[in-house]
Design a binder for this molecule. Structure first.
Ligand SMILES: Nc1ncnc2c1ncn2[C@@H]1O[C@H](COP(=O)(O)OP(=O)(O)OP(=O)(O)O)[C@@H](O)[C@H]1O
Length: 294
């Protein structure tokens, strides 16, 4: 549904996107992650045809970005949606339906779909940020888009609103929509997207499933060994390299050394009370992939 091939964009002397290639298939949810200024919004603007790439090829459902055919199948939710505060949710969505040349009577159904049915008749000025974001999503869903481009759609939403938001995205993906959304938090998109793309300084640092990214990064695993009272010094010494902290001995090892290390720990028999295996955190993984290119 969306393909970018060797896309490059510079602003003056600053390369905002450097040779980016990626694709989003129908039914796929792809998270675009990156630090401030990594190039996420620039990439989205190019996909929408709002700005042109300097080099590279982009196709939206086979069409040029920004073309009538591409716009007809694309929906966009900007990071900060702004609607007229004096209009109700219903009036607002009706307005966008008319702009799209669609039947304004569909507004009620769209608002129901994003969980705003009960508040549809209230002025948007009285809505919370999460409710305004839902109006934005209702607007984005007009015309059954096949590609959704969502710029930090959950920033400022509480955990329950986020969960509802991702549940709706899952439904849309199940119906075949391709979804590209940007976020700052790997923890948030972890279980809710199918693939992770990490940009840093305009370069593509990662583009894979979380499981594969974990495997490829091969970050060290921590083992926390709890020693029996009085045995911590000996456990630390026998497990070489362990750092003692009270009765707990901390070890770190590469993923492929884990079983050997566990074998050495169990060989200590009654000196050991328990062992905790701590895989690298999502923050560790994100830091690993988002190290800025020098
Ligand atoms: N119109 C512009 N003119 C000059 N520089 C720009 C322009 N638009 C973006 N940039 C620069 O391009 C780089 C990428 O910006 P972009 O907005 O794509 O980052 P981002 O990943 O969306 O960041 P954030 O997470 O802060 O929204 C930044 O260094 C930014 O200052």
């Amino acid at each position: 549904m969306l393909t970018l091939l060797q896309v490059t964009k510079a602003f003056g002397g600053l390369t905002a996107l450097d040779d980016i290639s990626l694709a989003v298939a129908p039914g796929e949810r792809v998270a675009l992650l990156g630090h401030n200024g990594a190039g996420k919004s620039t990439l989205m603007k190019i996909v929408l045809g709002l700005i042109a790439a300097d080099r590279g090829r982009i196709a939206v459902g086979g069409h040029a970005p920004g073309s009538r055919a591409a716009r007809a199948i694309t929906a966009y939710l900007p990071e900060n949606v702004a609607f007229h505060p004096a209009l109700t949710g219903l009036e607002t969505v009706r307005h966008y339906l008319r702009l799209r040349g669609e039947d304004a009577r569909k507004a009620g159904d769209l608002l129901d779909r994003v969980g705003l049915g009960a508040a549809a008749g209230r002025r948007i000025g009285t809505y919370s940020k999460g409710m305004r974001q839902r109006v934005g999503l209702a607007q984005a869903l007009i015309g059954h888009p096949r590609l959704l481009v969502l710029d930090e759609p959950t920033s400022g939403l509480d955990p329950v609103s986020r969960r509802d938001f991702y549940a709706l995205l899952a439904e849309l993906a199940a119906e075949g929509a391709a979804i590209l959304l940007s976020s700052h938090a790997l923890t948030e998109v972890e279980a809710r997207t199918d693939r992770i793309v990490i940009l840093s300084g305009g370069r593509l640092m990662a583009n894979d499933t979380l499981a594969n990214l974990r495997r490829q990064a091969a970050l060290p695993i921590r083992l926390q060994v709890s020693a029996r009272p009085g045995a911590a010094d000996e456990v630390a010494e026998r497990l070489k390299g362990g750092r003692r902290n009270g009765v707990v001995v901390d070890l770190s090892c590469a993923p492929d050394e884990k079983l050997d290390r566990l074998g050495a720990i169990t060989a200590l028999g009654p000196m050991v009370e328990d062992v905790e295996i701590l895989p690298p955190s999502l923050e560790d993984l994100y830091t690993h992939y988002s190290r800025r290119p020098s």
